[in-house]
Every structure is written in C-alpha cells, then in structure tokens.
Ligand binder design. Structure first.
Ligand code: SF4
Length: 378
C-alpha cells in the first residue's frame, strides 16, 4: 500500500515537472500580455472595480457568488446605499437585510454577511484582517473572496480562481485536466498563484476575471480580439470550445411544493421557513411537499385542517410555477382559497394584511406568484 501511494505521489510530481517545463514560455508571456491588455484595452466598468475598501470588496464578491454581474450590480448599489459602512451593516436587523437580498437566492450568503459583519465589529475592532489566512477564518469567506479582498485591498499576491479563471487557464495552456476534481482544482490553483503578478496582484486578478467574462467566454470565445491569442495553445490547436474539461454531471433533485394561499378578507396566511433547507428565514404560504404533483384533494389534508376546517371556503384558482436552483428544481402549485371565517393560524403562522406584504422577504417563486396578478399583489 505504502509503495502504491509513493508511486502515485511520484507520478504526480513527474506530471507537474513536465507541465512546468512545457509551459515555461507560455507562463512568461501570460502575465505580461494580460496586464498590458488590462492597462490599455480593458474598458469593462463595474461599480466595485478599482475600490480598495475591504468592506465593499467583500460585499461585491459575496453578492456576485453564483450571480451574474448584471443582476448583482443593482443589489450592490442598494446595499452600499443602505449600509455604507461595515458598522451600519452590523447593526441592521436581519429582516431588513433579507428584504434587500430578496430575489438574489442562496440566502446563506446573506446570513453569513450579517454574522461576519457582527463578528468583525465585536472581535476585530470593525476592521478586516490583513492576511489571507485570517480572512479565511471568517464565516462565508472562502478562498475566492479571501483572495479578492487580500489582493484588491491589501496588495497581497493571492490569485482568485473561479469559473472564468479556470477557463482562461485551461484554454491558454491547453490543459485537459478536469477543472472539477480535487486534483484539478489543486493544479489550477497552484498555477494561478504561480502566474499572479507580485507587483500588481489586484490588477492581475481583475484582468483575468474580465478577460474570462468578456473575451474568453464559455461559448464562442472572441479569440480574434484576445491579447493572449498568439501564445494560446487552445487557439493554436483549434480546440477552445472543447475546454475546459469537466467530469461531473450534476444531479438535479425534483421537488413538488403545494402552497395554500388562503385569503380572509384582505389578509393572507404566511409562515417562516425555519428548517435547514433552502430559503431558511424567508416567508412563504402554508406548504405541503410531496413526491409528485397533487390536485385539489390536498385541500382536505390533515396538515391544513386548522386553516380549512369545514366548507366555509371556496377554491378560486390553481396555478403552477417553476424555479431552477443549482441542485434542485422546484415545481410549485398554488391553491388560492377564500374563506369567510378567520383561519385558525398555528404558532408558526401569521395573518398579514396585503398592504404589509412588502415588509416580508419571500423566495423568488412566491414573488413571481404575487407579482403576476394571480396573487392580486405586488
Ligand atoms: S485565444 Fe481564445 S481560447 Fe485562447 S485565451 Fe484568448 S479567447 Fe481564450
């Protein structure tokens, strides 16, 4: 067994040495060409670009995780306006932050934002630590965000590695090593940290991210406009669109949510999601989850007996919505019911007037329902 491990280690070493020699020339050209392009031709504008305030960098990077720049832009501006400093964010009520975050998804980011803001104010004198390793100890700050804060705010040479960066590196060096295995991630990350400019780490990180987003795009890369084209192996071999290689296929879990939208006069029943699942802390209608889509017979389900005790209610409509999350697809069916008696809400439920709905934060699928007229709201 020991021999086998030693052999695997040796092979890995040989592979790394081999790559190092092969790519030496390309490596030398990479950082130089990238920085030249950034200085002279990179005209991409974003509100957080070039700032050195670690709080705003952290805010922008947290918002941008799993989010397109176009979508994150308005959220960033709203957050900066509502909470110009770390201290402002730390004292904000959770409900307020959830409301601002509404529609962005991945609400754990939002919870971590508040947790870390409070942690920094109470235990770090309201300042971000100035080392990559210490940044990593904060909740919600992973290697990418820590590298962004360290390089943009403190000029420390830590390379950001995200989908854009992996794509550029894999294509430029013609690497077929899959980007989504732990071995692949280790190799690409070590390459990125080898390439980063020691003099201008922030500019280097910004440049590679911008190049990946605007020129070395996932589909139809603009090789004709690329500053790296003359040394790019994928371009040379005409295989840009076949790289990077991925091995995993995501399995998508299908979930069937049945919502009871129960109206009593101008009021509606809501409940807060408390379990460790998607959308924790957000509000929704009383919910029944099942293995398959259900029909109106669900209105007689025991779980809804308190809200629909007898026949003093009318079913007004049934409508469907869908929402795709990273690993789940949500099929939601909304049963809109009107009742002539106040529903007996349980301890975790509330009866809310329609004009007060804007005070609550909802998952995207509920907002969709409330906005499009079926729910008569928003
Ligand atoms: S030449 Fe094409 S494939 Fe190579 S880095 Fe530039 S855009 Fe990407």
């Amino acid at each position: 067994m020991k021999k086998l491990i030693a052999r695997v280690k040796q092979r890995r070493k040989n592979w790394e040495v081999c790559l190092r020699n092969m790519d030496l020339k390309r490596k030398k050209a990479f950082t130089k060409l990238l920085l030249e392009w950034h200085r002279n031709e990179n005209h991409r504008v974003m509100p957080w670009k070039g700032i050195r305030d670690p709080y705003r960098i952290w805010l922008a990077e947290t918002i941008l995780q799993q989010t397109r720049v176009e979508q994150g832009w308005a959220y960033y501006e709203r957050f900066v306006q509502a909470f110009p400093t770390l201290a402002d964010l730390a004292v904000a009520p959770e409900e307020h932050i959830f409301r601002l975050w509404q529609g962005l998804g991945y609400y754990n980011r939002c919870r971590n934002l508040l947790h870390t803001a409070r942690e920094l104010v109470s235990h770090h004198g309201g300042l971000f630590p100035r080392s990559y390793e210490q940044l990593l100890t904060l909740k919600g700050i992973g290697p990418y965000t820590a590298a962004a804060i360290a390089s943009f705010a403190f000029d420390l040479p830590h390379a950001v590695v995200d989908g854009n960066v992996l794509r550029v590196l894999s294509r430029y060096f013609g690497w077929e090593q899959p980007i989504d295995t732990s071995e692949g991630k280790r190799l690409y990350s070590s390459l990125a940290n080898e390439l980063i400019s020691r003099e201008s780490p922030g500019a280097y990180n910004q440049a590679i991210m911008d190049l990946g987003a605007t020129i070395c795009r996932p589909r139809v890369p603009l090789c004709g406009q690329c500053p790296l084209a003359r040394c790019c192996k994928a371009f040379e071999q005409g295989k840009a669109e076949q790289l990077p290689v991925k091995v995993s296929r995501r399995t998508i879990r299908q979930r069937y949510f049945h919502y009871l939208v129960i109206w009593y006069e101008d009021r509606i029943v809501l409940q807060r999601r408390e379990n460790k699942d998607i959308w924790r802390g957000l509000y929704e209608f009383p919910l029944l989850e099942a293995d398959a889509p259900g029909g109106a017979e669900l209105l007689h389900h025991a779980a809804w007996k308190n809200l629909l005790p007898d026949e003093d209610w009318i079913l007004k409509s049934i409508s469907d919505r869908q929402q795709q999350l990273t690993h789940q697809r949500i099929y939601a069916r909304f049963f809109a019911v009107e009742t002539s008696r106040p529903p007996a809400v349980l301890a975790h439920q509330i009866l809310v007037h329609r004009h007060q709905l804007t005070l609550y934060a909802f998952p995207g699928i509920i907002i969709q329902y409330l906005r499009d007229g079926q729910g008569r709201l928003f």
